[in-house]
Design a binder for this molecule. Sequence first.
Ligand code: RIB
Length: 307
Amino acid sequence: MSKVVVVGSYVTDLTARTPKMPRPGETVLGGPFQMGPGGKGGNQAVGAARLGSEVTILTKLGKDLFGDDALNNFNQEGINTSYIIQTKDEATGAALIAVDPQGENMIVVSLGACGTITAEEVEKLRDSMTDADVVLLQLETSMEAIDATIRLAHELGKPVVLNPAPYQDISEELLAMVDYITPNETEAEELTGVRVTDEKTAGEAADKLHQMGVETVIITLGKKGVYLSNKEYDELVAGVTVDVVDTTGAGDSFNGAFCHFLSEGESVKNACGKANIAAALSVTKFGTAPAMPTKAEFEKLYHEVNR
Ligand code: RIB
């Protein structure tokens, strides 16, 4: 069974439907509200586990109701929770999310406990990481944890997949130890200074990331799919068109699925194509972790697309 180790965030998502995004100082009467598991690390872990990977997550929760809920959810998803830390010192994080009628979102995330993961806590993952096929992380935790995770995975010779979201400054020394990077257009611009608007500019941003030492660059382009660039490929891997309900967590679905398929031995291009299908399925449902597709849902759409 493919083994994926995820280091990163868990927060509780507090999501409101809104007829329009509020302007600064404005209050908008919203629609239905939903509370559920979220955080990019947690979402990506669920995304990989639902497709069949054996997933271990390191994150940090408060000793509170949101934290207890998170542990229950991860256990129900069959994710290894033995490296999850619950602390009395911080509350479990939360994200305030607004989703408009087009399914677009705005998010403010307060990391709380998961923003305080330490290098010592990452070091405890050594045995589990030794066994992993892929190590996946985001930028939604402390730079100390990000630094320690990349160094440990690199030392152990494990493929490192970095989803640089939300953007934080990261050193070129760390980037040079990353094997796969998966920014969206905005994060690609923040990392490289190149405004990504089409395939040509995606290629230019990818070249800059190669110069920084990242071998494989995958720029996610929403419904268009992803731009894949490494020694073998320089091309768009097309996305799948679906009816959009909520785009929140689509990138997380892509990353979790990409790591699942990569660790199953798929080529990077096939892993991107299959992860595009998972991401498309995730936007057809409201919410983030709860919207990650199951293996059966993935296979149904995969066969429809490839008929
Ligand atoms: O990528 C979506 C996630 O970003 C949400 O679940 C929210 O928690 C924020 O971290």
